[in-house]
Design a protein around this ligand. Structure first.
Ligand code: TYC
Length: 106
């Protein structure tokens, strides 16, 4: 009959998972709108996407003029978190700023 010690050591058996697939990367884009302020978008690009002021201003102006612009490229889970963060921070500040992600070709 098995005792508690045996059961416990069975639960601790290690399984080695071998990941063969390379992770997919995603483009994360900001979309233009008529209500979000330029200053707020620059702040998002600095704080959430770690751009410096010059890069953040260039990306913001690109989105303003072209309707869409690339904020960053990340593995799926990080990209999802960026999109959620942008939407949460924008809503907290009363702005309708939209952020989307799209799988890159691998
Ligand atoms: N179009 C906005 C304005 O004129 C500025 C803006 C830029 C908004 C980029 C969103 O992703 C955006 N205030």
């Amino acid at each position: 009959m098995s005792n508690g010690k045996e059961k416990y050591s069975q639960q601790l058996e290690e399984k080695t998972e071998i990941r063969t697939e390379k992770p997919s990367y995603y483009n994360v884009f900001l979309l233009n709108d008529d209500y979000t302020t330029m200053e707020f978008v620059v702040d998002i690009l600095k704080n959430t996407f770690h751009k410096n002021l010059t890069e953040a201003t260039q990306i913001m102006l690109h989105v303003h003029k072209q309707g869409i612009g690339l904020a960053g490229v990340y593995p799926r889970e990080i990209a999802e978190t960026k999109v959620e963060s942008v939407h949460r921070i924008a809503r907290e500040n009363g702005f309708p700023l939209k952020c989307i992600m799209e799988k890159k070709n691998d």
